[in-house]
Design a protein around this ligand. Structure first.
Ligand code: FES
Length: 484
């Protein structure tokens, strides 16, 4: 069983695209980026076709903790070092504006998505209190409303905190449901179960053979579908884990983050406390239950929590300088590299792409330019690249034995010179695919927490039977049955 995120709910069903059509703009991907882009373009008078491989909201939008915040994965003092002070002020402004844009759209479209304003608390262990002071100064310099406070009531062992005002939270799938219906009312034609198998600057082709001709193509697929080198080598894919625990005492409605690496993120939702963190590189660990337990232990030491109710994991695409890549690249429009703030980055992307297509100036076009060179953390980027390259040679190493493979699990085995991904279903039947990722040929690893094959090189993921779940891979794992 794959895990089910807390936000899961039925979204409107749409038909697959079954005949050729045309539009001003075709948007590929119906998560927060794609639906918001389609909606904003329709509001601007454009004819839009929105295509989705699976269902609306079936990707990473549902797998977040749904925090809407200008507090980012990178600390503001790091961002200032990478991007300079003026750009860092614009980073803070853009995320703050994205929160306001979601609030505006929800209000104007009457979307009941539990949008709520709340503060956020950033706290650090005693040995990092100097970093907290530095971060407070950097946040203030970036224009954020922040001050040092005592830990809020109901918490323990947090130490000094920075309190950041004017943040927000919502229910991401209730928002997406309202937004896709609003987009449809404004003329957007939505097609689901329509995977895109090829595209160029003015046309996309779906798996069923139907084509969409358009003046502009927008790839809103988390990682651009079929990307080989342009973005894959500038993204660092991570799995992140979440547990929902019963709240057993009063706690201020707020976001809570620490400064550990990897860090923890927390928010109350009704009777539950969502606790996230324990990130690791995609395909580089398979110990989900231990990570859920560590999250639970960490939370128990700091918050009033009881029983565990839900667990799930999601995927984050980091960039070396902490900002998404948004804009025109190679003749198509892209938005990728959520860096753990996919809901605000996604909303920034939608407005920016709308403006670029409309020929309007946007204050953040240069900031998020997808063709920029890394502005800061180049040594970290190089280190990640070297580490990904190490996995490219993994096909020559031995694989596991099939004898101990339990029903519902998968493993990689070696047969001669081939590596095979073998999944044994609940009935005991084996399903054999090539273990070489269809993107650039790294060996995939089994993820027992989500029941998927995950690629450690650039983060592609595949179902137990080898179907693509997450790009950049476009094609399923090749058949391996002849070699089994
Ligand atoms: Fe690039 Fe697998 S995602 S080789």
């Amino acid at each position: 069983m794959t895990t089910t995120p807390h936000w899961a709910l039925p979204l409107p069903a749409f038909s697959p695209l079954d005949q050729d059509t045309q539009a001003d703009v075709v948007v590929v991907g119906a998560g927060i980026v794609g639906v918001t882009t389609a909606y904003l373009l329709a509001c601007a008078g454009r004819q839009v076709v929105l295509l989705e491989r699976d269902e609306v909201g079936s990707g990473e939008t549902a797998r977040t903790s749904a925090q809407l915040t200008a507090s980012l994965d990178f600390r503001y003092f790091e961002l200032a070092a990478f991007h300079g002070e003026e750009r860092t002020r614009e980073i803070a402004r853009s995320h703050t504006a994205a929160i306001g844009e979601i609030e505006r759209i929800a209000r104007e479209e009457g979307i009941a998505c539990e949008f709520m304003r709340m503060p956020g608390f950033l706290f650090a262990p005693p040995e990092q209190s100097g970093d907290l002071t530095r971060e407070g100064e950097a946040m203030r310099a970036a224009g954020l409303d922040v001050r040092m406070v005592e830990p809020p009531a109901g918490t323990r062992n947090l130490g000094p905190c920075l309190r950041l005002e004017h943040q927000a939270a919502f229910h991401p799938l209730k928002y997406l449901r309202g937004l896709v219906l609003a987009a449809q009312r404004r003329g957007v034609r939505v097609y689901t179960h329509s995977p895109v198998t090829a595209y160029d600057k003015h046309e996309v082709v779906t798996e069923g053979g139907a084509r969409v001709r358009a003046a502009q193509v927008v790839l809103a697929t988390n990682v651009p579908v079929a990307d080989r080198v342009k973005f894959s080598f500038r993204l660092e894919p991570y799995r992140t884990y979440l547990v929902a625990l019963e709240l057993t005492g009063p706690l201020e409605q707020a976001h809570y983050w620490d400064t550990l690496d990897p860090y923890h993120y927390v928010r109350p939702v009704g009777p539950l406390l969502l606790v996230g963190g324990e990130d690791h590189g995609v395909g580089r660990a398979d110990d989900a239950e231990e990570r859920y337990e560590r999250l639970e232990t960490w939370a128990r030491e700091r918050f009033p929590v009881g029983q565990r109710r839900e667990v799930w994991s999601g995927q984050v695409e980091n960039t070396p300088d902490g900002l998404a890549y948004i804009g025109e690249s190679g003749g198509v429009f892209v938005a990728t590299g959520d860096v753990g703030n996919g809901l605000t980055h996604g909303t920034i992307a939608a407005g920016l792409i709308r403006d670029l297509i409309q020929g309007r100036a946007n204050p953040w076009a240069e900031l998020y330019d997808p063709n920029r060179l890394p502005r800061g953390n180049r040594s970290h980027w190089l280190k990640e690249g070297v580490s990904a390259a190490a996995y490219l040679g993994e096909w020559v190493t031995p694989g596991d034995d099939l004898r101990d493979l339990a029903p519902g699990e998968g493993t990689v085995v070696r047969r001669g010179l081939r590596k095979l991904a073998v999944y044994r279903d609940e009935e005991g039947q084996e399903h054999v695919r090539s273990a070489l990722c269809s993107h650039l040929g790294c060996v995939v690893h089994w993820n027992s927490g989500e029941k998927s094959w995950d690629c450690p090189c650039h983060g592609s993921r595949f179902s137990p039977l080898g179907k693509v779940l997450h790009g950049p891979a476009r094609e399923d794992l090749a058949s391996g049955v002849d070699e089994a």
